[in-house]
Each structure stands twice: as C-alpha cells, then as structure tokens.
Design a protein around this ligand. Structure first.
Ligand code: MN
Ligand code: MN
Ligand code: MN
Length: 275
C-alpha cells in the first residue's frame, strides 16, 4: 500500500485542484491519500468525491501553522471532521492571523517600492488561503525576481524585508483543535525546523503531553539517516509514524506524490487508526 498523508491543492498554495491532485496521486500508485491544505478544509469534499470515483481510500486533513516556544512549526491534523464547529472556529482564527500577516508583508514590500503586493497576492490566491508562496509568485510575475526561491531569498525569507513574524497559536492550542475535531495531531516535517536532536526531543515530549499522537517519519525524499533518526524518536516517545510528500506542484522530484521510501518496519503506522 502506498500512503501519502501530506499534500496541498489550490485550496491553499498547491498548483493542482483537489480533483487533479487526487488523479495524479492515483496515477502515481497512491492508494491511501490525505489532503492537508494550510489552515483550510475547502479542498476536501471535491477530493473525496474524486478519490471514491477512483477507488482510493481518502482521509480528511489540514496543516495548521503554530509555534513552539517561538519557533514556527506545522501540525497536521489527520482524520478531522470537516464539519466540526471547533475546526471552523480554529480556521477562522488562522485566517485572521494570516490576513494580518499578509497586510504587514505588503506594507514592508511597499517600503522597497514594491507596490500592490496585497492585491496581487490575493488575486493569485483566488480565494484560497493566502500564503507566502502567493507573494513569491506575485514577485516573479511582476518581474522583481526570476523564481519563487529567489523571491524567498531576497524578500520573504528569514531576515529579509518581508519576513514578518506571525502570531501563530501555541502548538498545544492546535493539538486541542485537532482533537476536538476528532483528528490525530501529527508533527509535520520535523527536519525542516533545523532543531538539534535534544531540542526536537523536547518538542516531541511537550507535543505528546499536549495530546499529540504522531510524527512524520518521512517527508518527501529525504536521506535514510534522517528517516532512521526520526523513526527512533517516534519509537522512543511511542508516537505513531506518518509519511507524506508535502506535494505542492508537479516536477519537483523531492516532493512527488507517493514517491518516498518506506517506513522502517519497527514503526507503528498512523493509518492503523483508520483500518
Ligand atoms: Mn505550503
Ligand atoms: Mn509545512
Ligand atoms: Mn505542507
């Protein structure tokens, strides 16, 4: 079975519509899929319909932005009830935080004579969750940069003019939202936070006491020693193991749907929860 429990669609900063994403996952052999857009559940119903038409198993998901002691972290909620009131109010809270941040980013960019970034990024988002990649696309489209990664390097990334600190909720709040929506909270792409092993273990411990249940042992293409390291941590703290591509768009080899290694055999796969 090929499981991919971390994917994005046009409901947030992905390039494919929910329907297209599910079809692509199917053609890459994925048979159990979760869609996990940033702070929204808008893509889920269309994805679910397409998955059932293609005979694939489908799981609701969402990827929340949060913080752990001031460090920005992402928490995926798997198996959430998309109609839950707790989830709806959580999504609203995140939406307000995002609009506030987007306004600040645009104000900062205006200081370096990049005008209308808010309108531009909002138009590119087309009603989807407004994220920094939308600002990056705006910068490319307007000729300020050649590529989106250049946009991050020069304007949006850490320490740059558009690097606005967000008041994301504490990770424990996010775990609570996910639990209230009957979902399983998962630490997304732990390697991305560049924490030392000791720090990551502290995060994992606090996440677990807050009610978190799983960690992404595999996030896209990653080296076997990273997989082994996170797998060991998942075993030590008795967290369930998840895996996902973090797919956003085609032609990025490191995050193609379903294309990553297998979980080490000693891991307890998170999908046991739904089987
Ligand atoms: Mn994203
Ligand atoms: Mn993420
Ligand atoms: Mn993601």
């Amino acid at each position: 079975m090929i499981v991919d429990f971390h994917t994005h669609t046009t409901a947030s900063d992905g390039i494919l519509s929910p329907t297209e994403l599910v079809s692509r996952a199917n053609s890459h052999g994925v048979n159990f899929l979760a869609v996990t857009d940033h702070d929204t559940v808008d893509g889920l119903s269309a994805a679910k319909v397409q998955a059932s038409q293609l005979g694939m198993r489908f799981l609701n998901g969402i990827e929340f932005s949060a913080q752990w002691h001031g460090i920005a972290v992402h928490i995926v909620g798997l198996g959430v009830d998309a109609d839950s009131e707790a989830l709806a109010s959580a999504i609203l809270t995140q939406k307000l935080a995002r609009s506030k941040r987007a306004e600040l980013i645009a104000e900062r960019l205006a200081r370096v004579k990049i005008d209308d970034a808010l309108d531009g990024a909002t138009a590119l988002a087309g009603g989807a969750t407004l994220t920094r990649p939308h600002f990056a696309r705006f910068l490319v489209e307007q000729g300020y940069c050649q590529t989106e990664s250049e946009a991050f390097r020069r304007y949006l990334g850490a320490g740059k003019i558009g690097d606005v600190k967000n008041e994301w909720p504490d990770f424990s709040q996010v775990v609570e939202w996910i639990r209230l929506a009957n979902g399983v909270a998962v630490i997304a792409h732990p390697e991305k936070y560049k924490m030392t092993r000791t720090k990551l273990c502290r995060f994992v411990e606090e996440f677990k006491s807050a009610g978190g249940e799983a960690i992404e042992v595999i996030s896209g293409l990653q080296s076997p020693n990273i997989t082994e390291k996170i797998a060991q941590i998942s075993r030590r703290y008795q967290l369930l193991a998840s895996c996902g591509s973090d797919f956003h768009m085609p032609n990025q080899k490191w995050q193609e749907l379903g294309s990553f290694g297998k979980l080490p055999s000693f891991c307890e796969p998170v999908w046991q929860v739904w089987s």
